[in-house]
Ligand binder design. Structure first.
Ligand SMILES: *Cc1c(COP(=O)(O)O)cnc(C)c1O
Length: 480
């Protein structure tokens, strides 16, 4: 072993050539990903066979490790930025942000406090102000923080809501959301120590919006029982259908009842950039707290979530702690220490990728992309409605559409339709051509497409539909 191995360094030329190889791999991936399969299928057994080993005590040549990673690790993941990756929420990242993450990591910037990295804190303030303005939040008073993702933003919001509305005793507090709200909200509520009985899941109407009358009934009943309603979580773009809850109505209820108004816009918030989306998101500016998720529809690579709040003091009042060893770096209050505004102390420099990608491409390009995404889902809806093979189950909303195979010349019952569509999805994925999974809406198994990749063309979508139709015909022929 080399004498200075404990320094964990490479010499300058080694670093350079190693780095070039890494960049080459990334660029090759960006250039070639459309020609690859978006689906990774591998069993634990196969992965064990590739990777299981005892912890290596001795060195391996850098190139050899890198080669193994490029060859065996990176290809065994779904390509979430593939144009035929329709499922869950795709991750159509962008190259500038990838390089920004590389820089932030390369310089290993501690983005916790002002004193450690004033420019990083300033960029988080600047980009946060961009977002506050975009969503119509109070410019001076408003605040926010970048998080690892939407789950962490929701968690941060709920801790804040509880602190501001309930103080120390939250034993009687009750929180409301619809049956279409994202699971991360329930998870967050559990994490912060609420009991199951303190959550009310309100049914949705035929359009998957929270049923306002049922929400009001639940609040009234809880008050009569001596409980303390304290927060409503509205969805601004449910993950399932893109549906936006009636934000203005909910805002009025919150005002009348003195409840915290949290909006989970992790999926749909970005639609504010388009004319149509902005209309659908009317009322989003009335939230006390708003989750958005730039690593979804703002085209950022993982991990980047964001929480916006009407009043930045709420975050400080909730999260500030003053250990002795941070005494010297408190600074003045305009110089924000983001460790005071959220859960993490040591934080990576997330704002950089947002800043660099928006500055490089310009916000108009992002707006155009979002507008395109909404349009392509609508085009697909029209196409499906004109076909004797398909049925639209939930219309194109914020670039999400749900549909199922229901051939006009057959008379299948619901069980058969469920089986047929489940099997279509299974075969499409088994063929690895597209990532297209099912969801369940109104007890029906349906195919769901989330079309937030600006590089997905209608041609891609048509090809995938053709494959689905091919598989459907086969399944029908085989009998089921
Ligand atoms: C994806 C999503 C979340 C969770 O966000 P992560 O970034 O995956 O943690 C929360 N709410 C909604 C509506 C989402 O779509």
């Amino acid at each position: 072993m080399k004498k200075d191995a404990h320094l964990l360094t490479l010499d300058k030329e080694e670093m350079r050539s190693y780095g070039y190889k890494v960049i080459d791999a990334i660029v090759e991936h960006f250039d070639q990903q459309d020609t690859k399969s978006p689906v990774a299928l591998a069993s634990r057994k196969e992965m064990d066979a590739l990777f299981q080993e005892e912890i290596p005590l001795l060195p391996t040549a850098p190139d050899e490790v890198l080669r193994k990673v490029v060859q065996d690790v990176l290809p065994h993941s779904n390509i979430v930025s593939h144009p035929k990756s329709y499922s869950f929420v795709p991750g159509p990242s962008n190259y500038i942000s990838v390089m920004a993450d590389t820089l932030a990591t390369g310089y290993n910037i501690f983005s916790g406090g002002w004193a450690a990295s004033p420019a990083a804190a300033e960029l988080e303030i600047v980009t946060m102000n961009w977002l506050l303005k975009l969503f119509g939040f109070p410019k001076k008073k408003g605040g926010g923080i970048f998080t690892s993702g939407g789950s962490m933003a929701n968690l941060t919001a709920l801790v804040t809501a509880r602190r501001i509305k309930c103080g120390a005793d939250f034993s009687k507090a009750v929180i409301y959301m619809s049956d279409q709200a994202h699971s991360s909200n329930v998870k967050a509520i559990r994490v912060i120590g609420f009991k199951k009985e303190q959550i009310r899941i309100i049914p949705t109407d035929g359009e998957f919006k929270i049923a306002i009358n049922k929400l009001q009934n639940a609040i009234a009943r809880d008050r009569l029982s001596g409980l303390q309603p304290f927060c409503i979580i509205a969805s601004a773009g449910t993950t399932n259908t893109g549906t936006v809850d009636p934000l203005n109505d909910i805002s009025e209820i919150c005002r009348a009842e003195d409840l915290w108004f949290h909006i989970d816009g992790a999926y749909g918030g970005a639609a504010i950039l388009s004319k149509k989306g902005k209309k659908q998101l009317k009322g989003i500016n009335k939230a006390d707290s708003l989750t958005i998720d730039p690593h979804k529809w703002l085209y950022q690579p993982y991990e980047m979530g964001c929480l916006l709040v009407r009043n930045h003091k709420w975050l400080r009042d909730t999260f500030v702690e003053r250990p002795e060893y941070l005494r010297d770096i408190e600074g003045n209050t305009s110089e924000i220490n983001f460790y005071d505004h959220g859960i993490q102390l040591t934080r990576r420099f997330r704002a950089l990728k947002f800043y660099m990608s928006i500055k490089t491409f310009g916000l108009d390009a992002f707006a155009k992309a979002v507008t395109y995404n909404i349009k392509i889902a609508e085009d697909l809806e029209a196409h499906l409605r004109g076909s004797s093979m398909w049925e639209v189950v939930s219309p194109a909303t914020l670039a999400v559409i749900n549909f199922r195979c229901n051939p006009i010349d057959k008379d299948y019952n619901e069980d058969q339709l469920d089986q047929l569509n489940q099997e279509v999805s299974r075969r499409v994925i088994a063929s690895k051509e597209a990532l297209l999974v099912t969801t369940v809406l109104m007890k029906q198994v349906v195919l769901r497409m989330c079309l937030i990749n600006p590089r997905t063309t209608f041609n891609h979508v048509e090809e995938t539909l053709s494959s689905c139709e091919y598989h459907a015909r086969q399944i029908i022929e085989e009998g089921f």
